[in-house]
Design a protein around this ligand. Structure first.
Ligand code: PLP
Length: 284
């Protein structure tokens, strides 16, 4: 596999990043994951725009502009012959001469890395046909979850807790309300209304979330953006998650309790179809 690091395309075994890189030492960095379907990028513009915002919020320089970024994405898809898969992009604050909590001087260049992951048949995942199981856990992440940083240890722990409980993912709960999944936004459906947490610093502003809510409204479905409780989730007719890599994925069980019929619901199935169809059409 060929990867991209600081302006160069190199075989993955030859890519190098300094041990002083602040991404490595302080998790001082941001990332994006863009999916590829049929060799084309899904919602590249949304991911590039969110990346710019994450960088701005952390006072970090963008090492490349949007056009260059798009060119690098396309080049990697091409070189690695990705039909279906993902592109991971990470920008960290770079590698000053020493470890220091304070940000380095402005002349330290950020580190930028991109790599691809080949996932043939990404859109036909068997999990989408049966749905996934989630558990609930306390949300113990930091308070700026709207910035897509690489500090993913608590979400990793959440995934492990889910696995240990025989589930696929965890929904995190804060002050009695669900925030989001470990790496996805969380939704329930009650009496035909789609309910998902409103945007704030408590959740990541999902690019897939924005698209799915737009498609839902265009299809005259009712949408409520507000926090919901675990109780509401367990009594919902349906539940689902969204993310760049799972698109729309039905959730059929929560803390060992069936949601609705215990099978993927009609709203989640329909939204998945609309999302895949529309985003393939708009893919670049
Ligand atoms: N929430 C969290 C915590 C995430 O990590 C992600 C994706 O990685 C999402 C939501 C979904 O965001 P997107 O739809 O932009 O992939």
């Amino acid at each position: 596999r060929t990867v991209y690091v600081n302006g160069q395309f190199v075989p993955e075994g030859e890519a190098k990043v300094s041990v002083f890189d602040r991404g490595f030492l302080f998790a001082d960095g941001v990332y994006e994951v863009t999916s590829v379907l049929g060799g084309k990028l899904i919602d590249f513009d949304g991911h590039a725009t969110r990346l710019e915002r994450s960088l701005r919020e952390l006072d970090m320089k963008a090492p490349v502009d949007k056009d260059e970024l798009l060119a690098v994405h396309r080049e990697l898809v091409e070189i690695n012959s990705i039909e279906d898969g993902m592109i991971y992009l990470q920008i960290t604050r770079g590698a000053p001469a020493d470890r220091d909590f304070a940000y380095p001087a402005a002349d330290v260049e950020p580190t930028i890395v991109l790599f691809t992951q080949n996932k043939p048949g990404l859109a036909d995942s068997p999990a989408a046909k049966v749905g996934i199981k989630v558990i609930s856990i306390e949300d113990q992440r930091w308070g700026r979850r709207d910035i897509k940083t690489v500090q993913l240890l608590y979400p990793s722990m959440g995934k492990m807790m889910a696995k240990a409980a025989g589930a696929d993912d965890a929904w995190m709960v804060e002050d009695g309300k669900v925030t989001e999944g470990t790496s996805n936004n969380a939704y329930i459906v009650k009496d035909g209304t789609i309910i998902t947490r409103d945007l704030g610093t408590e959740i990541l502003h999902g690019i897939t979330r924005a698209a799915v809510l737009r498609f839902a409204r265009e299809a005259q479905m009712k949408v409520e953006e507000r926090g919901f409780t675990l109780e509401e989730a367990k009594n919902a007719d349906e539940a689902f998650i969204t993310s760049a890599s799972t698109f729309v994925m039905p959730v059929v069980e929560m803390d060992g309790q069936k949601i609705g019929t215990g099978e993927p619901g009609p709203v989640a199935k329909r939204l998945r179809e609309i999302y895949l169809e529309e985003s393939r059409k708009a893919a670049t």
